[in-house]
Write a protein that binds this ligand. Structure first.
Ligand code: NDP
Length: 290
């Protein structure tokens, strides 16, 4: 008697995604994506690949040649990758940087989203008509301010230590979006006003190993309904997040921002709903937080 072993033809081909950066070895994104693929039984692989700046063009040709479904870009490729892609999403075009590339047929499309999904999903806050204060004017701040104004924030105040960097970022974003973004030099302790709905630390203050440093802000005048966010994810419990918790206000830590970038990538690539809890847990494990 013949036994029929499988009703479906075998498929040993994995779909490929990954991350290009330099340095890249400590990037934990692969751990959360691989956990998500496993949880959904997908034969997908996430490759964490060190790519030198001079080889970025070849690496993107490799994405095309291997039929990879997409890649994340990290330092130093987020801006340089743009010229190698076929299309840039509107938000990424304004930000001027791409963190996720997805494939649409033969076309590679760059995206820049990440922060707002956490604000909406984790903190339950819609940025429309909200007054926001953003600390910092680097790459993370630029992406966050862009997402906030495209989502309809009514007033965004950017505070930065270096005036030239802050002014340049704000004038560039205002000219591209015509949105209500203002700049103030951040010199002394900034007293958060009662009218502020969302405060975001988009600086690296509090990042390991300087875990005892805290952005110079005073939360005593803040409204009880304020949402305090920190982009720093190592450690996620920064001094700012602790200070906000002590005041009893809502918080969104940098880990949430990182997870939701992964969630967005997963959903763009696979077209499936991402297993968010699995991804959060895998990221915590990868960062040694559990
Ligand atoms: P950049 O180097 O581009 O910008 C750093 C910003 O921090 C600048 O505005 C700088 O001000 C400010 N800053 C740094 N030190 C101080 C200080 N002592 N006092 C006042 N301001 C200071 O960095 P990125 O924007 O790329 O990254 C910022 C942080 O965001 C990093 O900690 C990074 O790990 C984190 N990040 C988190 C992500 C997430 O998913 N959670 C994603 C991306 C980044 P100045 O212009 O005056 O120098």
């Amino acid at each position: 008697m013949r036994v029929i072993l499988a009703a479906m033809p075998a498929n040993f081909k994995a779909e490929l995604v990954g991350c290009f950066g330099q340095p890249v070895a400590e990037n934990p994104t692969g751990a959360m994506q691989e956990a998500a693929f496993q949880a959904l039984g997908l034969n997908w692989r996430y490759l964490t690949v060190e790519v030198r700046p001079a080889k970025l063009c070849d690496a993107i040709l490799g994405v095309r040649a291997f039929g990879m479904q997409g890649v994340n870009l990290t330092i130093p490729h987020k801006v340089a990758v743009i010229e190698h892609l076929d299309e840039i999403a509107p938000d990424a075009a304004i930000i001027g940087a791409v963190n996720t590339v997805r494939r649409d047929g033969e076309r590679l499309i760059g995206d820049g989203k990440g922060f707002l999904r956490g604000v909406r999903t984790d903190a339950g806050v819609d940025p429309r008509d909200k007054r926001v204060v953003v600390l910092g004017a680097g790459g993370a701040a630029r992406a966050i301010v862009t997402e906030l104004v495209l989502a309809g924030a009514s007033d965004v105040l950017v505070l930065n230590r270096s005036v030239s960097r802050g002014e340049q970022m704000v004038s560039d974003l205002v000219s591209k979006t015509r949105a209500p973004i203002r700049f103030e030099r951040w010199r002394d302790t900034y007293e958060v006003l009662d009218g502020t709905d969302i405060l975001v630390n988009a600086t690296s203050i509090g990042l390991y190993p300087d875990v005892d440093t805290m952005p110079a802000v005073d939360l005593r005048g803040a409204h009880p309904g304020i949402l305090v966010c920190d982009v720093v994810f190592n450690p996620p419990e920064t001094r700012l997040i602790r200070a906000a918790r002590e005041r009893g206000v809502r918080v969104l830590d940098g880990l949430a921002m990182l997870v939701y970038q992964g969630v967005i990538g997963f959903e763009l690539w696979t077209g499936r709903k991402a297993p968010e809890a699995v991804m959060k847990q895998a990221l915590r494990q990868a960062l040694g937080l559990v």
